[in-house]
Ligand binder design. Structure first.
Ligand SMILES: [Zn+2]
Length: 169
């Protein structure tokens, strides 16, 4: 089921999510909904808080469903290692219409569970490393604008507030 994607300003997007205690059928259904919602958007990543569920789960697929095997589901993910630096433009399904250049480590190794509860360790560089760090931020209650410098951030936040005041957000 495709679920509505929450936008910047919703409480759940700005607070850390909880660990998943057990991978139940309900969690499997939630992940299926996250995948459908990500593909429909379309996007390359989606974290559970973006559909209003404050749990530490994200899905990423750089191919947006075109390549089988491109889909990664991570439950209770954590960084094992991060290294280097990359500077690229970034957007977010919870901030439609906004992009900014965000500095992030160039490499990231993430460890988390799959839907069978099996541990998986994934090494990444470039866009995949960026996607992992972006989604991990969501689980910690952060969005990419929180990583911008003061003025850049203020400009975006002010524009969102203006849109919200006129009912366009
Ligand atoms: Zn996002």
């Amino acid at each position: 089921m495709i679920r509505p994607i929450l936008k910047y300003g919703e409480h759940v997007l700005h607070h850390p999510a909880d660990h998943v205690a057990n991978i139940t059928g309900e969690i499997a259904t939630l992940v299926q909904d996250m995948i459908e919602t990500m593909y429909a958007a379309p996007g390359i990543g989606l974290a559970a808080p973006q559909i209003g569920i404050p749990l530490r789960i994200f899905v990423v697929d750089l191919s947006v469903g075109r390549n089988s095997g491109g889909l990664l589901t991570l439950v209770n993910p954590e960084f094992v290692d991060r290294d280097g630096m990359q500077l690229e433009e970034e957007g977010c399904l919870s901030l439609p219409g906004f992009n900014a250049t965000v500095a992030r480590p160039g490499k990231a190794t993430v460890r988390g569970l799959d839907l069978n509860g099996k541990e998986q360790v994934v090494e990444s560089t470039e866009l995949l490393a960026r996607a992992f760090q972006h989604e991990m931020d969501h689980l910690d209650g952060r969005v990419f604008v929180d990583r911008l410098r003061g003025i850049q951030r203020d400009v975006i936040v002010r524009r969102i507030k203006k849109l919200a005041r006129t009912g366009k957000w």
